[in-house]
Ligand binder design. Sequence first.
Ligand code: COA
Ligand code: MG
Length: 305
Amino acid sequence: MRSFCSRGWLSLAHGFPARSWLYVPGHREKMVVKALERGPDAIIFDLEDGVPLSEKNSARDLLRRHLSKIREADRRILIRVNRIDSGMVKQDLTVLSDAVTGIVQPKVSIPRDIHSLSELLEEHESSTGINRGSLSVLPLIETAQGVLNAYQIASSSKRIAAVFFGSEDFTLDMGIKRTVGGGETRVAKSLVAIAATAAKVQAVDTIYPFIEDVEGLVKEASSAKEIGFWGKQVVHPRQIDPVNKVFTPSEEEVKEARRLVDAYEEALKQGLAVVALDGKMVEPPIAERAKKLLAVAEGIAQQAK
Ligand code: COA
Ligand code: MG
């Protein structure tokens, strides 16, 4: 089994932060097949809230059948298990195959939740002979307590590859409305993005449930990008392309970044650390930001080939 990634947002196994993370209810065979055929950057096969209790077993059977057929996955494939205190996680882990790179863990509120899942993963790894620590954990922070513990959670284990924010359960926990504009979650989202960055892992924004509203989706994704998210969870194939577009540097941005980096490198050769370009000062953090953007653009372009 391949490792999902080593820590650090640019050292992802697939070369760039995943932009679109598509949920697929584990018991819906047509959707499972469709998701595998058509490309988000990451697929999350769900065994938690997208699957009713009565269908949990059939979802596990169905996923086991489909995932065991995949030899070498061309994208990240994840399983969202049930919450750690549900008593169902051990059964959920029976769907894992070589194609699965990580586990999305819902409703993580304290670091202990991560440690409890890690213990189950260690058992699974040793009983199936796969490398210890190779399965990643991607916590979903979607409670008030989780938001306040976000850095402790994000840095609680080397298995953590990315941190997700979840608006639906968060607003439920807070007893507030989930609005189209999402202003009510701005502070919580910022805390999660800062925590993920401090722990050197990717932050992934919440789902946008209004599946007909592409404009609203793009707005929400763009404002998440502004505060440090590098991708977004999606629930419908129609949301994949708009989200990918938001998180892909535009041609214009790439051109501008290249000019900045060239100007900065030329300045360095002349013994300068700061230079003016088109009336704007370029200094080390500005040049580094441009380099980061070029690295992301390059990773995405490689993936598309
Ligand atoms: N993954 C894969 N395929 C999906 C899909 C998904 N998440 N959502 C829809 N599709 C497919 C449908 O099967 C349909 O396929 P077809 O054209 O071959 O028949 C096509 O996309 C169009 O679907 P549409 O009719 O517009 O939507 P729907 O009414 O069938 O489904 C939802 C709408 C919201 C129920 C569905 O998108 C869904 O279940 N999303 C995931 C929800 C989830 O996992 N929630 C828990 C995590 S937040
Ligand atoms: Mg949730």
